[in-house]
Design a protein around this ligand. Sequence first.
Ligand SMILES: Cc1ncc(COP(=O)(O)O)c(C=O)c1O
Length: 400
Amino acid sequence: MGYDFDALTARRGTASVKWDEYGENALPMWVADMDFRAAPAILDALQKRLDHGVFGYELLPQAYYDAITGWFARRHGWTGFGKDDIIPTTGVIPAYSACIKAMSSPGDKVIIQSPCYNAFYPAIRNNKCLESHNTLVWDGTDCTIDFDDLERKAADPRATVLLLCNPHNPAGRVWTRAELGRIGDICLRNGVFIISDEIHCELTYPGHDYTPFGTLPPEIVRRSATCCSPTKAFNIAGIQIANIVATDPEVRRRIDRAINDNECCDVNVFGAAALVAAYNESEDWLDELRKYLYDNYLTVCNFLRDELPGVTWPPLEGTYLMWLDCRAYKPASEPGEGFSARLADFLRDREEGLVLSTGTIYGAAGEGFERLNIACPRTRLLEGLRRLRDGLRAYAGREK
Ligand SMILES: Cc1ncc(COP(=O)(O)O)c(C=O)c1O
């Protein structure tokens, strides 16, 4: 079936964070949601739930759990868990935050592979822990893990948790089984518990298959918890539903306690309906979406090579978020520090503004970068690229 990802659905004035946070002139390509309507099966399921008209407290049906286990088994070969291993919650942020709370003590260090998703930072702080940065290595062509540094960071007795992003936002890496195995092995040897945020797992591109952390050897998996959700891939983030998978009973007991301490154990009735429709009935929509997003990615690559040859980026293996190294456009007279923020402000505040995510919100390692969300209809994407070209050239030419 053909789905219309070219349709321009107006979002301004709908209380959208992405569209309504900044002025009318600014085209938003920042927050990680997509400008596409959700899959028809999801809209139907929500409509059906709405038509019932009663929205009292709801039990999660067996079909909810079957949809999750069925999806991951069918699509990703992850079979080693069942209903009892799943803890539902209201989002991936509450999920990994509860996991940190469960598996660390105040004052412990949480290892992150920065630049990393900005909301990792408050979760670490709110649980009274400290950041330990296993900074990714960007050589201008590829983004990789510094495993020697990870060995050192994991060997610190105060490091008790690694908060992994698989696939990685904002670097766009889909970690390979070999990389994940190496991370798992280092953490296992050093008693570091792994929380794997897999919210972006469905959005991968040719040649880069997602490996669920839960399919690694059992001794590693027992010392991990996976946080997953259909919300990114199916564009239902505002519905707020997520799950934690933990196969070790003691780990699960601790996470369950933390989820209850944080009072985020009850999900909303639309979340359950949307999840079941996504996982059971929207697979073909997702596959078409992935093709569309990949074509968007190729469009951006061609445009940047032709029009902004100084911009470089790690190849986008997964997610719809491109990590653009813009340092070639920094006027020589300007300091490196603060460049990302100055550039993002400049692009946003122009007559034909463009809102990107400032690189440094992902950590100091994001200095010089901006994050571009490419999940929109192609005409809108091209308009954003034109604004990026004009804005970046104008910024670079400022000192002349
Ligand atoms: C890596 C990552 N984790 C979690 C979230 C947010 O999860 P939720 O909205 O389910 O709390 C995002 C949103 O962009 C994300 O990129």
